[in-house]
Design a protein around this ligand. Structure first.
Ligand SMILES: Nc1nc2c(ncn2[C@@H]2O[C@H](COP(=O)(O)OP(=O)(O)OP(=O)(O)O)[C@@H](O)[C@H]2O)c(=O)[nH]1
Ligand SMILES: [Mg+2]
Length: 230
């Protein structure tokens, strides 16, 4: 029997890897498309890069059209969740394309920049565009969180109207985030994922195969507590 430096045999490691591979094969996979929207320069791309790659760059590279990133979450023993994160350009010249980019989205994060008050004012415009152009298969609005980004720069106070805006518009939750300091991004994504799983379970979304995004199998709301798949 061959052995490796810590005394565990190579065969045993291969067996453990095989067991993991087999148990992974039995996992139910849920694929959710989330769209990340908001004015240019608020930090959408940076939030996604932080969440998916654990990186931050202070260089601003404008997103053209839309970009895409994948984050896989080992949600529980039986469920893997693949988040298809669509990074939608904030510049107005791409506004006419949003309907195409929103297609099949089951949740959204609207981002504004705490250091640029005008980006908070534009949240209403982004929300109304979203609610006009995308719905859940049952016709309901998709769940939305608001991210008050660049919380590392300013004293962490949000516009006083934010709370009322969220109540009036049935926003799931808001978070002060920082792509630079990795603040509350995981929490926000978990909140959205919980809502997506809950909706998926209630509505029994069909499997979508004509797009990169598919919604498979069956699946339940809370803060950062994880819902289990049904
Ligand atoms: N200090 C700080 N800077 C940030 C943060 N998030 C983004 N930035 C900076 O803000 C600038 C714009 O960030 P992006 O992520 O490119 O903004 P965007 O929303 O994707 O912009 P568009 O692609 O044009 O829609 C970059 O220089 C980032 O480094 C943050 O949390 N804190
Ligand atoms: Mg961008």
């Amino acid at each position: 029997m061959s052995s490796v430096s810590n005394g565990i045999s190579r065969e045993r490691i291969i067996n453990i890897n095989d067991s993991l591979r087999i148990s992974n094969l039995h996992k139910k996979e849920l694929n959710f498309k989330f769209v990340i929207i908001g004015e240019f320069g608020v930090g959408k791309t940076s939030i996604i890069a932080r969440y998916t790659e654990g990186q931050f760059s202070s260089t601003y590279k404008v997103t053209i059209g839309a970009d895409f990133a994948l984050k896989t979450l080992e949600w529980d023993e039986d469920t893997r969740v693949n988040l298809h994160l669509w990074d939608i350009a904030g510049h107005e010249r791409f506004g006419s394309l949003t309907g195409v980019f929103y297609r099949h989205a089951v949740a959204a994060a609207i981002v504004f920049d705490l250091t640029r008050p005008e980006t908070f004012s534009s949240i209403e415009k982004w929300l109304s565009d979203l609610r006009k152009k995308v719905h859940l298969p049952g016709g309901q609005n998709i769940p939305v969180v608001i991210l008050a980004n660049k919380g590392d720069i300013t004293v962490q106070t949000v516009p006083p109207e934010l709370e009322d805006f969220c109540k009036a518009n049935k926003i799931l939750a808001w978070f002060i985030t920082s792509a630079k300091n990795n603040l509350h991004i995981d929490e926000a994504m978990i909140r959205l994922t919980n809502a997506a799983i809950q909706n998926h379970c209630n509505l029994q979304f069909p499997l979508i195969t004509d797009d990169i995004v598919s919604l498979a199998d069956e699946a339940p709301k809370n803060n950062t507590k994880r819902n289990t798949c049904c």
